[in-house]
Ligand binder design. Structure first.
Ligand SMILES: Cc1ncc(COP(=O)(O)O)c(C=O)c1O
Length: 475
């Protein structure tokens, strides 16, 4: 016990950002004076526990945006390859979306979690796009985490089983109900002394780059052998016992670093779920809604899940989430099973109707794929010029770039990735640095980005990758 708490104290000390560190970071940040003054005020008044100082050294302070461009308080322009972490998929201040929200605001903005016309229209569309058989049902929430909790609750209630299985590296939120599913080691420390949900089991996520060729699915096979046996808390395969309610997974791993698994990943999970009588829940919160060049990322595998969880871009920037489930699953719930004051907000649902119509249209998805191809062509050119690029994951405008010190050894270029992100901010390009080894660039622009804006991003990357190679003696 003593050792455990010492460890927690050590972790906390490592993670804390002191006022002096912050002032220093702000001083050397590549921003004008107005932005720096706002950043100082922000750091003085707000907890720095949010993502700002996690994603950036110091985040810019934005005042406006249009399409794939953002502007800080000094008017500096940035090409946005973050898109609010895939919320602003239709671009900042999309004209149609703005008009819909304005018109709806003059009509009805909120009516608790009661029925209204816009949510009914949206539920009908979500069901129609779910690829599930007739009778699927929707439950609305506000945030992604809330929707994941709803899906977990519905799965446990329906099956009467406690366990949820997920992949290491998956991100499903950081509330008490979701943190147990999320693979972020350092964040766990903030939940002590009461640990998050513990009826969770993990398996390894398959990815080509760091596994033997053709052997990506081996860890999944080993996990299945465990389930076949009597020696895990999840199942007793020898006597047909299953203690698992659902497998809950991201179809692609986003917050972990934008990793695309082999198409067999979800196919295998579908088969395993069916074999043992578990439900399969896909978290499409970040990879869904057109980002991967298809409406849902699970469509790349040709499977149909039992529940789909969506949020982020769904409300077009107004908070909204939804679970779409097989009718028999949500049909089990009685009145009052789920209540949230802000769920299915009318503005969010009005926006959601426009967003879903747009991102599900063939013409829009075709353009996402074209833009994705343009981005990958640019990245391949950079790959031929910069030895630091080890691997590129891509589907549509879902892109992760792995940086290495050496292409042979694949040693992660963690510090160089941080340098590149910081220099890119200076040059007017925003993206997140992530990856299992903190060595990846996550490039997720609004889906409306133009080829010209992509070219601008590639030119900036060309400069800063070159600088990083000199600085870290790579290539
Ligand atoms: C895949 C995935 N699931 C769940 C969540 C949690 O959503 P929220 O932050 O809205 O609670 C996120 C957020 O980034 C996510 O990317």
């Amino acid at each position: 016990m003593r050792e455990f708490s010492d460890n927690v104290v050590k972790q906390r000390a490592q993670l804390r950002l002191t006022r002096e560190n912050l002032d220093e970071r702000i001083e050397k940040a590549p921003f004008g004076e107005k932005t720096k003054a706002l950043a100082r005020k922000w750091a003085e008044l707000e907890s720095v526990g949010g993502p700002g100082c996690g994603v950036f050294d110091i985040p810019p302070v934005f005042v406006s945006g249009k399409g794939a461009l953002l502007y800080d308080a000094d008017g500096k322009e940035y090409v946005d390859m973050l898109a609010g972490h895939s919320v602003s998929n239709l671009g900042h201040c999309n004209d149609e979306l703005t008009a819909i929200i304005q018109q709806q605001a003059a009509k009805l903005t909120h009516c608790f979690d009661y029925p209204h016309e816009e949510r009914i229209r949206l539920a009908e569309k979500l069901v129609a796009h779910s690829r599930m058989d007739d009778g699927a049902k929707v439950v609305f929430g506000v945030t992604g985490s809330e929707a994941i909790e709803l899906a977990v609750r519905a799965a446990r209630y329906y099956t009467g089983q406690p366990f949820i299985l997920t992949a290491y590296g998956d991100y499903h939120g950081v509330t008490y109900g979701t943190m147990g599913l999320t693979g972020k080691g350092s964040m766990q420390s903030y939940f002590y002394p009461i640990r998050p949900d513990q009826a969770i089991g993990h398996f390894h996520f398959p990815h080509s780059y760091r596994s033997e060729p053709g052997r990506e699915l081996d860890p999944l096979k080993a996990f299945e052998r465990l389930l076949d046996s009597s020696e895990s808390p999840y199942t007793d395969g020898t006597s047909g016992v299953c203690n698992v309610a659902a497998i809950v997974v991201e179809p692609f791993q986003s917050a972990a670093g934008y990793y695309v698994p082999p198409v067999e990943y979800l196919q295998e999970l579908r088969r395993i779920a069916d074999k043992f009588g578990m439900l399969l829940v896909v978290d499409e919160i970040q990879a869904g809604m057109g980002r991967s060049g298809k409406l849902w990322a699970f469509e790349h595998s040709g499977i149909v899940p039992d529940m789909i969880v969506t949020s982020k871009t769904l409300g077009g920037g107004v908070p909204l989430s939804a679970v779409i489930a097989r009718g028999d699953i949500l049909g089990q719930w009685g009145p009052g099973a789920h209540v949230a004051t802000q769920a299915a907000n009318v503005l969010a649902c009005a926006a959601g109707n426009y967003v879903l119509d747009t991102v599900s249209s063939d013409a829009f998805l075709e353009r996402v794929n074209e833009a994705g191809e343009h981005l990958v062509r640019g990245l391949r050119t950079l790959e031929s010029r910069h030895a630091i690029i080890g691997y590129i994951d891509n589907r549509g405008l879902y892109t992760g770039v792995e940086l290495v010190l050496d292409r042979e050894t694949k040693e992660p270029a963690m510090d160089a990735a941080g340098f590149i992100r910081d220099r890119a901010v200076g040059e007017g390009l925003l993206f997140e640095r992530g990856g299992y080894y903190n060595n990846r660039l996550q490039l997720i622009p609004p889906l409306t980005i133009t080829n010209g804006e992509i070219d601008r991003a590639i030119a900036i990357l060309d400069t800063v990758l070159g600088e990083a190679e000199t600085q870290f003696k790579i290539g």
